[in-house]
Design a protein around this ligand. Structure first.
Ligand code: ADP
Ligand code: MG
Ligand code: MG
Length: 905
């Protein structure tokens, strides 16, 4: 024992555990891996852990640094640890008279389930098997031996599983045997002979008989598995660094396959699917660990309460082995109390004695995470702060959208099984029901008439934004998780299934088909963006429950956060959702969406097509009352919360028709000659619309547009104020400012309009004028610009595009390769790029504050709903973040976590 301690200052590679003590503990996960660290911790707690030792992750690191050679001294340390293990167990490794068998288990710092392998029953050979047979019965001995040969051949020698399955099936058929449990010792002996012959034939050398050779073979196999293809892919997907390495745990075997008083199983201290405090899990009598997951036999539930929820008639462990069950429950309670978190545990019962083989914090659904955190705070196991820090803000996304009932819920409610038409990628969570539409303009028109539509496209492009916004959900046949459709849908909070490649879409005929079934435009479908399913018909959706545990958790978050959270919203529906989700105002109300509506667009077009100011003013006068009523409704819903309203931003050509067909239609409807219309559209064409005649440039060249919008805002505010109950707080935002002069001119225009309205009505409301910082020049000039700006709102979508020189819509083409090569670790349109964009935000904040200490600072890009970006905004000293309504709770929690981490420093 305690090899590590005895060796003093020398590099130690091996750490022992067992017998009520250990060299390591739970804090040493980096060195011992999660499994090894927790085995050590459990041993120290005095729990029944079979003794063993952990070869540290440092060995794995050294192994790969030296072209797969072991560090000097390792062999001696392993030998010493093995000798100590023999002494402690009173058994000999390779000793037929009293054999010690071990398991060799991988265990990295972060759990990588199923990625790396485990070998059980190691140390068996012909002589040892015979010895074991004399001690514990020959059925058990040869069952263990054949298990070992199977596993070792597969994991260490690299032979396929099928080969052995084949041999076994063949043998069973010849002998007329059905189940594995029907085979007696002689049967297994015969199978073992065939297994070994297969190894000899495949590899040209015999199965290793020397236990030490077996041990080193297994250790190397675990280290080698760190670089297996599947492990490499898993690490990529889960952001696990390659240089962490894995540890190897060598542990004395305990036997769950020793007869009817033996068993093996897994348990969770609470239900990982809903968080309920029931003892959850399953077990198998007379079996070894891999049998539970292998699916050969069906495991039975652990507890009566779990059996009851399952409606299972199988005998729970609670009834089969009441003593063991009681002990297991005590251990589970002790572990949960010790780790202060829900535990996922593995155990084995050998001849009526319980052994603990693993514990770790259990994975759980978002719903379970919320319930467990809140329950544990109520149980006084953890503090409110700890409860808040437990949750992954992005995981909340699962809870914030309407969802379809789970298969279980559906079954209970007596519903028919879901009719899944096609499955694609789960690109943006939430469920929606609506009518299939294949065209964005049509989606927009139908939605305007109050229809729920599902936009189905081969893929989407920036031209589809309007339709995507109008649709309840989006489905595409092509494109991955970072495709235009996926990125935009997530930003808008629309459920999305993308890359459903089995869909054959025929836009001309207005239908799509999948494997022989055809669906037409107007057919109703239900989509589940969380699982990627598209289903026929309307499924009754369950609305998110924002009260109860969730509401309580959010109230704790609100107590500790410093950052305020607003939402980006321009429709009454989005504004209402935002308020329900706890938004403290609107951070970005885009006014152009209001122009697209069916009855407005003709006026917008005639404004654009007018040759002179008089004509434009006439058209704008028609738009004024419509825009005013939009703002009135928003101010009423906001009930005195502030609203940052951005004046017109996009280039005007976006409002004109593009295709010949559209041009002909518009010409007919508006009475303008089609050629003239085409010529004007051509005049307005911009080679790079992003950098063109848009934003404040429109306000400078056509002041009457901004004047009309400002008038609509102030008249609306005055009207609502006159109603006597509410005090609207408009914040007028000028977009795309690059110089102080632009803002000064337009602020004067807004102020003048405000004064006129106040004079005309005799009512005054408080308002401010500020700007969006979305150009690098504006960020650098912030000190100057702040002279005219009461607030800066960082438009981080455009600021990312203009700073990195990457267009958001085209980034999908190369971001994948960029992330693989480590150029951008994260998508800069999801997580704020801190070196470029973040730097500019900090510079602008600092320069702006120097000029105007009370200047209000916020961000309104999609980054406002990304937890890492929210943390950045907290540290940069901004006042608020603004994000899509559905992400508001995520931002609230992320802001609370940022504040807690900050004060912990
Ligand atoms: P994984 O990380 O894939 O869960 P483990 O190393 O935990 O792999 O091993 C899988 C299973 O093997 C365990 O759950 C347990 O049932 C069994 N096992 C591992 N070590 C031992 C042991 N010393 N004695 C008995 N069974 C063991
Ligand atoms: Mg395990
Ligand atoms: Mg912009």
């Amino acid at each position: 024992m305690a090899e590590a301690a005895r060796k003093g200052a020398e590099q130690t590679w091996v750490y022992a555990f067992g017998g009520g003590t250990a060299d390591g503990d739970a804090s040493m996960k980096n060195l011992l891996g999660g499994k090894g660290a927790n085995l050590a911790e459990m041993a120290k707690l005095g729990l029944p852990v079979p003794p063993g030792f952990t070869i540290s992750t440092a060995v794995c690191v050294a192994y790969y640094q030296t072209g797969r050679a072991y560090p000097a001294g390792l062999e001696a340390e392993v030998n010493a640890a093995l000798a100590a293990l023999e002494r402690q167990s009173g058994k000999g490794f390779g000793d037929p008279a009293n054999p010690l068998l071990v398991s060799v288990r991988s265990g990295a710092r972060a759990s990588m389930p199923g990625m790396m392998d485990t070998v059980l029953n190691l140390g068996l050979n012909e002589a040892v098997a015979e010895g074991l047979a004399r001690l514990a019965g020959d059925r058990f001995a040869y069952d263990s031996y054949r298990r070992f040969i199977q596993m070792y051949s597969n994991v260490v020698l690299g032979l396929g599983h099928d080969e052995f399955e084949h041999i076994l099936d063949d043998y069973k058929e010849r002998e007329g045997l059905d189940l594995d449990t029907d085979l007696n010792a002689d049967n297994w002996k015969a199978v073992i002979v065939r297994y070994k012959a297969a190894v000899q034939k495949e590899l040209g050398r015999p199965f290793p008989e020397d236990p030490r050779e077996q041990l080193w073979g297994a250790i190397s196999a675990v280290f080698n598995s760190w670089m297996s293809d599947r492990a490499i892919i898993y690490r990529k997907l889960n952001d696990i660094p390659e240089d962490w390495g894995t540890a190897v745990n060598v542990q004395a075997m305990v036997f769950g396959n020793l007869g009817e008083t033996s068993a093996t199983g897994v348990a969770f201290t609470r239900d990982p699917s809903n968080g309920q405090a029931i003892f959850y899990g399953e077990y198998l009598i007379n079996a070894q660990g891999e049998d539970v997951v292998a699916g050969i036999r069906t495991p039975a539930p652990i507890s009566r309460e779990r059996a009851a929820t399952l409606g299972s008639g199988d005998k729970p462990l609670e009834d089969a082995m009441p003593e063991v069950y009681k002990q297991l429950r005590d251990v589970a309670a002790k572990l949960e109390h010790h780790y202060k978190d829900m535990q996922d545990i593995e155990f084995t019962v050998e001849a009526g004695r319980l052994y603990m083989l693993q514990t770790r914090n259990g994975k759980r659904t978002a719903a379970a995470a919320v319930k467990i955190a809140v329950d544990m705070v109520r149980e006084k196991l953890i503090s409110e702060k700890e409860g808040l820090l437990r949750l992954d803000p992005s995981q909340l996304d699962q809870l914030l959208h309407p969802r379809i009932p789970s298969d279980d819920e559906n079954k209970k409610a007596g519903g028919k099984p879901y009719d899944v038409i096609v499955k694609g990628l789960p690109a943006s969570p939430g469920a929606a029901v609506g009518k299939v539409v294949f065209d964005s303009d049509e989606a927009f028109l139908l939605a305007g008439k109050g229809e729920d539509v599902i936009l189905v496209r081969v893929e989407t492009s920036p031209d589809d934004i309007k339709g995507m916004h109008a649709a309840r959900a989006i489905v595409t046949a092509r494109g991955g998780m970072t495709s235009h459709a996926a990125v935009v849908a997530r930003g808008m909070g629309r459920p999305c299934v993308c890359g459903a490649s089995d869909l054959k879409i025929d836009v001309a005929r207005g239908e799509f088909s999948v494997r022989g079934r055809t669906f037409k435009k107007g057919d109703t479908v239900t989509i589940d963006g969380g699982t990627g399913r598209v289903m026929a018909g309307a499924i009754a959706l369950i609305k998110p429950d924002l009260s109860g545990d969730f509401g309580e958790l959010m109230s704790w978050a609100d107590k500790v956060r410093r950052l305020k959270v607003r939402a980006n919203a321009e429709t009454p529906l989005d504004t209402r959702t935002a308020v329900e989700f706890g938004a403290e105002g609107i951070g970005l109300c885009r006014t152009e969406h209001m122009f697209f509506e069916e009855e407005r667009i003709p006026a917008v077009r005639s404004m654009i097509l007018s040759n002179d100011e008089k004509g434009r003013r006439e058209a704008l006068a028609k738009l004024l009352p419509m825009q005013r009523s939009d703002f009135e409704e928003i101010f009423r819903i906001l009930e005195g919360r502030p609203a940052t309203i951005r004046l017109l931003d996009p280039p005007l050509h976006e409002f004109l028709p593009h295709t010949d067909e559209d041009i002909a239609n518009v010409a007919k409807a508006s009475g303008i000659n089609a050629d003239e219309l085409r010529r004007r559209a051509h005049d307005l064409h911009e080679s790079n619309p992003m950098l063109g005649h848009r934003g404040c440039r429109l306000g400078i060249t056509y002041p009457e547009i901004y004047e009309m919008q400002a008038r609509a805002i102030f008249e609306a505010a005055v009207n609502v104020a006159k109603e006597g109950k509410l005090k609207p707080v408009p914040e007028v935002m000028i977009p795309l400012v690059a110089t102080q002069r632009e803002l000064a001119i337009l602020k004067a225009l807004v102020d003048e309009t405000a004064n006129t309205v106040f004079k005309e009505t005799g009512v005054t409301v408080d308002y401010t004028v500020g700007t969006m910082i979305e150009l690098p020049r504006a960020a650098l000039q912030a000190g100057e610009i702040a002279h005219s700006a009461a607030f800066f709102s960082f438009g981080t979508n455009d600021l990312t595009q203009t700073t990195l020189g990457i267009s958001r819509d085209d980034a999908g083409r190369f971001l994948q390769a960029y992330s693989e090569k480590g150029i951008y670790e994260k998508d800069p349109f999801v997580t704020l790029d801190q070196e470029g964009v973040g730097e500019l935000v900090k510079i602008a904040a600092e320069r702006g504050k120097r000029t105007r200490p009370g200047i209000k600072l916020g961000i309104c890009g999609e980054h406002g709903g990304d937890p890492a970006s929210v943390e950045f905004c907290h540290r940069a000293g901004l006042d608020y973040v603004s994000c899509s309504p559905y992400r508001v709770p995520i931002a609230r929690l992320a802001a609370a976590q940022a504040a807690l981490k900050d004060s912990a420093k």
